[in-house]
Design a binder for this molecule. Structure first.
Ligand code: AMP
Ligand code: MG
Length: 343
């Protein structure tokens, strides 16, 4: 009798534990690409897939980091004038980045790097270049001058110019990781690469992932809204993410290629929701620069498939129609004016 009872109890316990094991997340946190990466995945394949995901990021960074001496991207600037043979990943990433530069009319411009550097955003030694210097910097920004040779994977950059993939790399990488996890059989994961969130499938219980949108004006990083997604990326760009202050002015890291100075479009944060992480990342930076009207025009043009959430200087919010049922204001933000942008 006693033995049967114990066995029964043991069985119940095993079932309970078994149930837990299936929904227990596998997580990884590490620092790469200048930010904290936080990966969560579910299911039997999760552990192995996340190990591969981390390896992939560590390896990718060696090729695309703008500050690593021998990366493809550092070589491009150093050897400017002659072709540099780059890795397959670098070539693919550059190709998508250049397409997005064109699609945004040059608001996104991966050759903005000399300006990013002149303002001190790469080193943290911040300074405000004078008008004369800015005029010279503007001349160095022109993504159409980047030459790509598909056969040799050779990339050529004119002398004096430099490339930085900081505006697109994390989103592009998130999308590659999404594809990697899916190919490994993972059906549920959330990958956070700094301000880039890439989801795989839904939550294990089948409900969508809820991703928080930060209040760009909050000093404590409060969330002002959330958006529910499945198998999509949610990417935010904002002046609050990296900035310095001098003589009462705030200067941030997103540069308007037309002025070589921090973009001032009236947008304080731009969030893109879409099915391609690379597109979302490139557009988050671009829409921050373009401002509300030009962002709506780009969305309406239908050249690219995405939805967006813009927070404006006066605190009001613009969302595109595709998010009408999945966007929600947080408690404490219910009185914000939300305008739905229609096609
Ligand atoms: P994100 O956080 O995706 O908006 O990217 C911002 C980063 O992209 C900056 O830290 C710069 O390294 C780089 N960047 C700044 N302005 C531009 C621009 N107009 N086009 C492309 N990259 C830029
Ligand atoms: Mg971006």
């Amino acid at each position: 009798m006693g033995r049967i009872r114990i066995t029964g109890l043991f069985l119940a316990l095993m079932l309970l534990l078994g149930g837990c094991v299936r929904t227990e997340p596998e997580t990884r946190q590490f620092f790469a690409m200048d930010t904290i990466m936080n990966f969560t995945a579910y299911g039997a394949q999760a552990e192995e897939a996340l190990a591969q995901a981390e390896d992939y990021i560590v390896n990718l960074e060696k090729h695309i980091s703008v500050t690593r001496q021998n990366s493809d991207i550092a070589m491009l600037s150093r050897v400017s004038g002659d072709p540099v043979q780059v890795s397959e990943d670098t070539f693919a990433l550059l190709t998508q980045a250049l397409e997005l530069c064109a699609a945004t009319g040059g608001a996104l411009d991966i050759t903005a790097y000399p300006a990013v550097k002149a303002w001190g955003f790469t080193t943290g030694e911040y300074r405000v270049p004078d008008q004369g210097e800015r005029n010279e910097l503007v001349k160095l920004i022109d993504y159409t001058a980047v030459e790509m040779n598909e056969d040799s994977r050779g990339v050529t950059l004119p002398k004096g110019m430099a490339v930085d993939l900081g505006a697109v790399a994390k989103g592009w990488a998130g999308q590659r990781l999404h594809d990697l996890l899916v190919s490994q059989g993972v059906e549920s994961a959330m990958l956070v690469l700094g301000g880039n969130v890439q989801t795989v499938g839904t939550k294990p219980d089948g409900s969508p992932w809820r991703v928080g949108i930060q209040d760009p004006d909050s000093e404590t990083g409060a969330y002002l809204a959330s958006v529910s997604v499945a198998d999509q990326a949610v990417v935010t760009s904002g002046g609050y993410q990296r900035f310095f202050e001098e003589n009462g002015e705030t200067y941030w890291h997103i540069i308007d290629p037309d002025t070589a100075a921090p973009a001032r479009s009236g947008v304080t944060s731009a969030t893109i929701v879409g099915s391609d992480g690379g597109v979302c990342d490139g557009l988050s930076t671009a829409l921050f620069i373009l401002g509300a009207e030009e962002s709506a025009a780009l969305w309406r043009s239908g050249t690219l498939e995405f939805d967006y959430i813009l927070v404006l200087e006066d605190g009001s919010i613009h969302i595109t129609q595709g998010l009408e049922n999945t966007f929600a204001l947080m408690n404490g933000y219910q009185d914000r004016k939300v305008t739905v942008i229609a096609p």
